[in-house]
Design a protein around this ligand. Structure first.
Ligand code: GLU
Length: 429
């Protein structure tokens, strides 16, 4: 049951309810998304064929402010997944205290099979499909899986064309040249690294030379790997869809990054088939392992940074990491969570660990409203302050209320904040 992302999110809420100071009626209201729009997207591909895609935008809750959340392009997108992700955005923005609600969008497609022009047309058609729902003060999309600053530029342009003037504030994660902020691309990975450092301080453990395994080497995983490597940790394994690389002495994160930036796969890196400027002389001979094996490595920290539902009742007993930092959204099912709590494995939940992205999205939106841009140092300092505060409040809640785990602590804070907003605003009419 809980392998379904939406059921999993509801089960996480239920686990927290008994500890949260929330009226049961309001709590029940929080379990339902405000609305989900399904759109049909016929697109003429570069090949001349017309393909009909399907997309969604779910607006989960707006009691605390405009809806906020990314758009993902992936073959496994479903309405339920988008709704779960929109719920997680609601708890995330509440936990890190941004004046936003939660939303998410998704298009069912395999971007690897589409040309740049196909992707542009699909993005524009999707934006047209949801444009009556989104807006700079109503719902503000951002990048997620397989979407990036270029995708946001197309969304911003399409929306602006209909409005008759430029509306940079309608999306975040834009290229710098059209109102993006420095630091947004690496923000989620930076947040993951900052939270991991905080966790080690909290546990009174030394991060230098701690062994870290990161599942996924996309935007989030690769930036987290680079920043944790710089912070002194030892990144021993990482992966992509092609497989995982493992070296107990530590991977050459910079070389792997250069290889992947040039379009290379992790499996090619392991085989020595290096792309771009990746420096073969510094290459450190990792072993090829599978994504499933990566999850069960005996490491100090496991960072799932790919898809949801990878830590389940089926593999949780084989996991040997002493801590988990959830860079992906929803990587752990509730059944696995209960087993980890029992074994005292600290799990920094997704709504805290990966909040760096939406925090810097907010900073971009604020700069757009001010029509003023901040230097990278200001953005990074504000990110560190905000995610650090959220981490401190979560562990304080965990310690003082003697909660079972950090996720329950994070959820109680998020649910209480969102419920308070509902109580103050009341029911219309
Ligand atoms: N897609 C990111 C997330 O899951 C960022 C969302 C945003 O910046 O609005 O948190």
């Amino acid at each position: 049951m809980a392998d379904d992302p939406f059921e999993n999110m509801l089960a996480q809420m239920d686990r927290a309810e008994e500890y949260a100071d929330v009226d049961h009626g309001v709590f029940e209201r929080l379990k339902h998304p405000e609305r989900t729009l399904k759109v049909t997207l016929p697109v003429e591909l570069e090949s001349g064929d017309v393909e009909v895609f399907e997309g969604y935008r779910c607006q989960f809750d707006s009691a605390r402010g405009p809806f906020k959340g990314g758009v993902r392009f992936h073959p496994s997108v479903t309405q339920g997944e988008v709704e779960a992700l929109a719920g997680w955005m609601t708890w995330k923005t509440a936990l890190v205290d941004l004046p936003y609600g939660g939303a998410k969008g998704g298009v069912i497609c395999e971007p690897k099979e589409l040309t740049d022009r196909d992707l542009e047309r699909l993005t524009r058609r999707y934006t047209e499909g949801i444009r009556r729902m989104i807006g700079p003060d109503t719902d503000v999309p951002a990048p997620d899986m397989n979407t990036d600053p270029q995708t946001m530029a197309w969304m911003m342009d399409t929306y602006s064309m209909y409005e008759g003037h430029s509306v940079p504030r309608v999306v975040t994660g834009k290229p710098l040249e059209i109102g993006g902020t420095p630091g947004r691309v690496e923000a989620t990975g930076r947040g993951v690294s900052l939270v991991t450092e905080r966790l080690f301080e909290y546990l009174d453990r030394d991060l230098s030379d701690a062994a870290v395994a990161i599942q996924g080497f996309g935007n989030v995983g690769s930036n987290a790997a680079r920043l944790l490597d710089e912070a002194g940790a030892n990144v021993v394994a990482t992966s992509d869809v092609s497989g995982a690389a493992y070296d107990p002495d530590g991977l050459d994160v910079a070389a792997l990054g250069a290889h992947v930036d040039a379009g290379g796969l992790v499996s090619e890196y392991v085989a020595g088939d290096l792309k771009g400027s990746a420096d073969r002389s510094r290459w450190d001979d990792p072993d090829a392992i599978t994504n499933a094996e990566l999850l069960t490595l005996d490491v100090d920290v496991l960072i799932p940074a790919a898809v949801e539902g990878v830590i389940t009742a089926d593999n949780v007993d084989d996991l040997r990491a002493s801590a988990i930092v959830e860079a992906a959204n929803g990587p752990t099912t509730v059944a696995a969570d209960e087993a980890l709590t029992e074994r005292d494995v600290q799990v920094v939940p997704d709504i805290l660990a990966n909040a760096g992205g939406v925090i810097v999205s907010y900073l971009e939106w604020v700069q757009n409203a001010q029509e003023f841009s901040w230097p990278l140092e200001t953005v990074n300092a504000e990110l560190e302050r905000r995610i650090g505060d959220a981490f401190d409040k979560t562990v304080e809640q965990y310690d003082t209320k003697e909660l079972p785990d950090l996720r329950t602590a994070a959820y109680t804070l998020a649910l209480e904040r969102t419920a308070k907003a509902h109580e103050y605003r009341g029911l219309f009419p």
